[in-house]
Design a protein around this ligand. Sequence first.
Ligand code: G6P
Ligand code: ZN
Length: 563
Amino acid sequence: MIKVVETKPFEGQKPGTSGLRKPVQTFQQPGYLENFIQSILDVSLADVKNRNAVQLVVGGDGRYYSSQAIQTIISMCAANEVGHLIVAHNGIMSTPAISAVIRARNAHGGIILTASHNPGGINGDFGVKYNCANGGPAPDQVTNEIYARSKQIKQYKRLDPSMPDVDVGRIGQHVVKHSGGEMMVDVVDSVDMYLNLLKAIFDFELLRKFVSSKRLLIDAMNGVMGPYVRRIIVQELGASADAAIRCDPLPDFGGHHPDPNLTYAADLVDKMRNGPYDLGAAFDGDGDRNMILGAKGFFVTPSDSLAVLGENLERIPYFRRDRVKGYARSMPTSRAMDQVAKKTGLKCYETPTGWKYFGSLLDAGLVSICGEESFGTGSDHIREKDGLWAVLAWLSVMATMPDDQSNSVESIVRQHWRTYGRCYYCRYDYENCDARSCETMMSTLAAKIAANQLPKTIESDGTTYHVDEAFNFGYTDPVSGEQASNQGLVIQFNGGASRVMFRLSGTGSTGATVRLYIEQMEMDAEKAINGNQEDYIRPLAKVALQLSCLSEFTGRQQPTVIT
Ligand code: G6P
Ligand code: ZN
């Protein structure tokens, strides 16, 4: 019953920042998903002697095409003689929960079906990503091998299509028998398991008490997080049922863009502005991103969120038990975390964009908390960023502050700025531009930087910016020695107080998205608290646009999204 199917390589199966993401219709081409899954299995099982002992975890955000994809993967894993699959109930399991399951079950790895924050539905995106035994996204070396394999693939293996599907709606053990033996399929619900992990990290007693006196509004954006929010925030912590909004996972996320930012979660921002809530949060489609809002819609930038949590880690039992080891942030993330690191004397690592770069630092015990400007926050409890963890971490910080106004989200952030200074920060996204023009823009700017041809000083809105350093960001992993080059262009001004950075997004599925990151440090406490964000960002943004000729290259006068 095992079929060997002849196939031909598809172009462009190169995983991006976080897996292979393409329009659903691309994935629906006969053989497209199969080729990529076979490439993953060929690479990840290459050194395995006894495939029967291999356990893989399979799950995802439940987006359109997931059900068919899961059956294909089950069939292909059986035909490739994998011994054991742990499959998410109805295919739905958040990315952080998958990381936790891989680690708890000592699995060989996991296949995650998600395009994260990209829209879903028949006209949306689908995605596949491979995570390794540490529970984290495969490092570059592995994804490069998978890509190389996809370019040479000649055949894939699957069971005869007449075989009945495994009922992933039924929790429990299933057996798939085939001509080469059999495969166990464990259909599991991860919510309890994930809850137990959180219980070992946070003081639930304290959180329950705190939540009983506060009003929360938690938006799962019709992604994978709904069941986790209902079970953990409502049932366990006792928030009222109407604190949990958009908690039914939908294959098209209700037609929305499941990305927790000010633009795509504008509904939540509105409700927070006009309602009586103390803390608001939203997650992306697969539950690894988070956005934190305070009363009246006070927005916490992800970079500040990281720094505030980093500053307050010892308010969380997990970090009191196990000392804080260090911090990490991606290059474009503001340097707010670095200011905390200066005080504590611990190191703050600066990595390229992509959670996978934190993996080796976490594995080596160098880092306790890490985060990214792209709404990712997490710790060494798993190897993915973790949206709900971030919310519980915020609640823990609030719950351990005196209950006299100083425990509100806004006053915690303001107090942080007062102590550490503030990194005024903004990101402009120019989505879906012409790919070639964006690449030319980046290579032109990179060439100017390499040839030292940037002007020495630039005036903008009455401020003078002296260029003092400009470079193409590269990284050598301090643990594995692996190198990553060309990870974004950085221009620093005025002794490093101001920075602008450019990257092309690695998570889109069509065209190109330019990201422009703008950061202005203000160390004066008064100005840090009372300054006007616009006044800090606007002149620097103009400088960035002038240096890059972004409008000329992309034809765009305005960003699509400003965060
Ligand atoms: C995914 C990854 C993150 C990364 C982000 C960057 O969400 O999991 O680690 O920061 O993509 O996306 P971009 O579109 O900027 O490449
Ligand atoms: Zn995500």
